[in-house]
Design a protein around this ligand. Structure first.
Ligand code: 8YV
Length: 325
């Protein structure tokens, strides 16, 4: 039965309020079982659809985009990152792409701070000790971690999330260093030290936080050579994309002691993460939870819908149009 409304494929099971609005305004093809579609299944499911509402990890690569039915005119991703969508391939087919910036900035910066603190203060080992009933009592030398207050934090990628992390870190009196494609104006920089050359920032980082998107230039950026430039005992935090880190190099440095710890929310190839992480007591690991608050996930969904509604219902350019680079 046709409703006369544009048909939108939801590739994942999105929050209730988001799916309710999707179903109210569109002919929604939902995925209540949250089945993970591979490229072939995506192409099949998109038959007769005007748009796709997708999420990070969906295989909207060049091959899938090339195979999408001609009816598909828009891909609205429920994420700020869009490395899973081949935007250039979409542009070639006349398919526009939108994302969800801003609304997940605070939640993700909170998780970055949690990873920083969790790694520095050995939270994983503490939780483990309690939950395995191995805590035999307080001792003067138990689980001594790395002090955070007053330390230097280097931020790779000083966009919205990087700046929100800096704001939080200032409450811990951390000294902020950053590297970014362009220097921020003084009112946004707020005393942070700019490094035009990212490698030059590394020796100044007691903590290094990755807040840069995944691109060809950032792929495996945190490699053995760069880790060696960090001071001994430094801590690496990654809440951006796992692919920015060379897992083998990070794991070797965590094992070998050059790095004191790492706090990681995102992994290359997630959820099949590098096996080496599981045995590391000095790695504070979370399963990609950066934006996982009820408020944020609803806001992300509503933003994706704002974009879909602008384009499909009002024939306007979506407010968060992603441009092919
Ligand atoms: C999302 C994210 O939860 O928005 C992003 O880029 O990394 C996450 O916070 C996820 O990607 C949703 O698609």
């Amino acid at each position: 039965m046709t409703t006369g409304k544009p048909r939108v494929l939801a590739t994942r099971h999105f929050p209730t309020a988001v799916e309710a609005r999707l179903a109210a305004n569109f002919d929604a093809v939902l995925n209540p079982e949250d089945r993970i579609y591979d490229g072939t299944a995506l192409i099949e499911a998109a038959k007769g659809c005007d748009a796709i509402m997708c999420a990070a990890g969906d295989a909207l690569n060049a091959a899938t985009v090339a195979g999408l039915p001609a009816s598909v005119r828009m891909i609205a991703t429920f994420s700020v990152g869009y490395e899973h969508v081949d935007v250039a391939a979409a542009a070639k087919r006349g398919i526009i792409v939108s994302n969800t910036p801003d609304v997940l900035t605070d939640a993700t910066a909170d998780i970055a701070m949690l990873c920083l603190l969790g790694a520095a203060r050995r939270a994983h080992e503490g939780i483990d000790m309690l939950r395995t009933h191995s805590w035999t009592g307080w001792t003067p030398t138990q689980l001594m971690g790395v002090h955070v207050t007053g330390k230097r934090l280097g931020i790779l990628g000083m966009g919205r999330i990087g700046q929100a992390l800096a704001e939080r870190a200032r409450a811990f009196r951390m000294q902020i260093h950053y590297s970014n494609r362009s220097r921020l104006p003084a009112d946004l920089e707020r005393g942070a030290v700019f490094h035009a050359e990212p490698d030059a920032m590394l020796p100044h980082c007691d903590f290094l936080s990755i807040n840069a998107p995944m691109t060809a230039a950032t792929r495996k950026w945190v490699n053995a050579e760069r880790i060696a430039k960090l001071p001994k005992g430094a801590i690496v935090v990654n809440t951006a994309r796992g692919g920015v880190v060379d897992d083998e190099a990070l794991i070797a440095a965590l094992k070998g002691g050059h790095l004191a710890a790492a706090g990681i929310d995102v992994f290359d190839g997630e959820p099949r993460i590098h096996q080496g992480y599981y045995g590391l007591t000095n790695a504070f690991l979370l399963p990609h939870m950066g934006s996982a608050t009820v408020e944020t996930r609803n806001a992300m969904g509503f933003k994706a819908l704002d974009n879909l509604e602008a384009f499909l219902l009002r024939k306007q350019a979506p407010p968060d149009l992603v441009k092919a680079s």
